[in-house]
Design a protein around this ligand. Structure first.
Ligand SMILES: [Zn+2]
Length: 490
């Protein structure tokens, strides 16, 4: 049996104005053909796919097509969009006979002038290989699941947890594919769209309404007729024509059951929409004072408006400004991603004391540069290996350690781990556990810092990743939708 393998992933933040280019994919490597099986291995979705199929014992020969991953960011360029369409077209044309297609996409990727990049990719695959060949699609559950995506897939499997475990997602999809290839099951899908977008603060699946919604899905799967239930709470910064949450139920050839359960899953989320909107973030100055007053560190200050894994630039200086203005008794660790600032500080040189305009240049609707006087302590290359990170080999570009009063600012050229992983600092001789507070550029991915964290405080910062979804400048999302409009019926 020959199964094609495709893995393309980017998450778009429409309120971040900097476009995602082919170079952003190239930073993580772009692979075509057999190189994918040699170079793109780790603990990602395709590894789960491959291991599950191997465990099934089926004589599957993988036919790798294309692999490309960029971090979250602004819309992708036309060049990047066309590149992946061409790569699919070229490699699928040469792939020879196929028995199935294993496809992993993010699901929330938009390009300049095209809202549904993944729908377009799937439609191309179908146009080339027909409607009959089985296609199982794995997705990030923050996907915007469109009608076209559902029409093009036989089954959809989305992440089961936040923080995500992409390997698990691929493994579940691979197991389902094995059952399809054995002729054991015939998947059929029902999908419901919800006029709903909520902020990120209730997105963790370990607690609160999201835990309840995902547990409902797992309970539905206890029925052997149910192959997969995938709640998809779309990430809240995608401003597209079909935007909104969705849920997908795949059963073994029982469409009536799939429809009934899809209604049940959609109703469950809709009934809890006000609970999903409960916010925990506190104003910036108050958050800094709370962190300083804690008996011991490290207090994580989550910069919710500048969540790099949610597609922002990582150059917000709002928490830094508050720390420097208010003063603190402990020490603070602040990451900042800015190629311009790195260039300026490299030119100044190690050991010099200078005043620079820090950050605030990427999303100028939200931020302005902040003049800061400090000392350049260290300049070092930022090529690092972090085994615990989803992509272990990371090039953050040149890294500068800049000290300003009680604050150690770590500036990088590229986004990499966005300072959300302690090893990033340790590689430069900085121990995050020695700090009273550390700013993290994420609103969800606290797991890497968890072993040294005394408390997490979500800070209500503005920015392209902000929790206040109501005040974002929505243009394309279909109206009415909750919470922008007061709607009671979905
Ligand atoms: Zn996600």
């Amino acid at each position: 049996m020959r199964v094609a393998l495709i893995h393309i992933s980017q998450e778009t933040n429409d309120f971040h104005p900097v476009l995602t280019t082919l170079a952003d994919y190239a930073a993580f490597g772009i692979h075509e053909g057999p190189a994918i099986l040699e170079k793109a291995r780790g603990r990602a979705a395709i590894d789960g796919w491959i291991d599950a199929i191997a465990a099934s014992g089926l004589p599957v020969e993988w036919v790798p097509i294309v692999w490309g991953v960029a971090g979250a960011g602004g819309r992708i360029t036309t060049e990047a969009r066309q590149f992946f369409l061409d790569a699919i077209r070229r490699n699928l044309a040469e792939a020879g006979p196929l028995d199935a297609l294993a496809v992993h996409l993010h699901g929330a990727c938009s390009a300049v002038g095209v809202d549904d990049v993944e729908g377009e990719q799937l439609a191309l695959i179908r146009a080339m290989r027909g409607a009959d060949i089985p296609l199982v699609l794995s997705l990030d559950h923050h996907a915007n699941v469109t009608k076209l995506m559902v029409d093009c897939a036989d089954a959809i499997v989305a992440h089961r947890t936040q923080p995500h475990d992409p390997y698990d997602t691929g493994h579940v999809a691979g197991e389902l594919m094995a059952r399809v290839l054995r002729g054991e099951v015939k998947p059929v899908m029902a999908y419901r769209k919800l006029p709903l977008i909520t902020h990120q603060e209730q997105f963790l699946t370990a607690a609160g309404p999201m835990k309840d919604w995902f547990e409902q899905a797992r309970a539905m799967e206890a029925d052997p007729r149910v192959l997969q239930v995938s709640p998809c709470p779309m990430q809240p910064w995608l401003d597209v024509a079909e935007g909104g949450w969705a849920t997908i139920v795949t059963t073994n050839n029982d469409l009536a059951l799939a429809n009934r359960l899809a209604d049940g899953s959609a109703d469950f989320a809709w009934a809890r929409r006000h609970v999903f909107m409960e916010q925990t973030a506190v104003p910036i100055d108050e958050a800094v004072r709370m962190a300083d007053a804690e008996k011991s560190g490290v207090v994580v200050l989550s910069d919710t408006g500048d969540t790099v894994f949610g597609g922002t630039a990582g150059d917000s200086n709002l928490i830094l400004e508050s720390i420097l203005r208010q003063g603190i008794s402990g020490r603070a660790l602040v990451p900042l991603i800015s190629p311009q600032n790195v260039a300026t500080l490299v030119a100044a040189g190690e050991g010099t004391t200078v005043t620079v305009e820090l950050g605030g240049t990427a999303a100028t609707d939200f931020f302005t540069p902040l003049p800061v006087t400090g000392t350049v302590r260290k300049i070092a290359p930022g090529r690092i290996t972090v085994p615990s990170f989803t992509r272990p080999n990371i090039d953050q570009g040149t890294t500068v350690i800049f000290e300003a009063g009680p604050v150690t600012i770590v500036l990088t050229e590229r986004r990499g781990t966005a300072g959300n992983v302690p090893e990033t600092y340790r590689l430069f001789g900085i121990e995050p556990a020695d700090f009273q507070m550390a700013v993290l550029k994420t609103a969800s991915n606290f797991q890497y810092f968890a072993p040294i964290t005394s408390r997490v405080i979500r800070v209500d910062t503005t920015g392209p990743g902000q929790s206040d979804v109501k005040s974002l400048p929505w243009k394309r999302t279909p109206r009415p939708f909750f919470p922008l409009d007061a709607i009671e019926e979905r």
